[in-house]
Design a binder for this molecule. Structure first.
Ligand SMILES: [Fe+2]
Ligand SMILES: [Fe+2]
Length: 145
């Protein structure tokens, strides 16, 4: 499997989780429930973003510089993470819900951008052999985890 296919498949799993959160966050009656949603998304996204940063964005760094996106992807990962951290520190239910929903919206937007810009770029710039080798590294890392 190519790394682009692996990461795309992970995005689909996140979209299912985001659907669940969007449907249920406004029904959650306690701060603890909302914080748990934020913590779960954070833990899952952490692994996903780290994989992208290390396996994927690294080999494409020089291309991002050309299209002026070098810092954007790191920044977006950090912004989403900080929204989720704020949700977990929130003192009020409303505020926690708002932060979780903001993180979900930002994540969907970020995934969409990766799928429209980064994946096609990777498919153009990297050979099938490299994409497949990176995919193999991805699956080995997942097994080890
Ligand atoms: Fe990402
Ligand atoms: Fe991603």
């Amino acid at each position: 499997m190519k790394i682009t296919e692996a990461i795309f498949a992970e995005h689909q799993v996140f979209h299912n989780m985001f659907d669940y959160v969007e449907r249920n966050v406004s029904r959650a009656n306690t701060l603890a429930e909302v914080k748990l949603m934020a913590a779960l998304i954070e833990a899952m996204l952490e692994a996903h973003s780290r994989t992208e940063d290390e396996l994927f964005i690294g080999p494409l760094e020089h291309c991002f510089e050309q299209i002026g996106h070098r810092e954007t992807f790191h920044q977006e990962h950090e912004e989403i993470e900080s929204n989720l951290k704020l949700a977990q520190k929130a003192k009020q239910l409303k505020q926690a819900r708002r932060m979780v929903l903001a993180a979900v919206i930002a994540s969907r937007k970020h995934f969409d951008k990766e799928e429209r810009i980064v994946f096609p770029l990777a498919e153009r710039v990297l050979s099938v052999k490299t994409l497949t080798e990176l995919g193999l590294t991805w699956s080995e890392r997942r097994t080890r985890l």
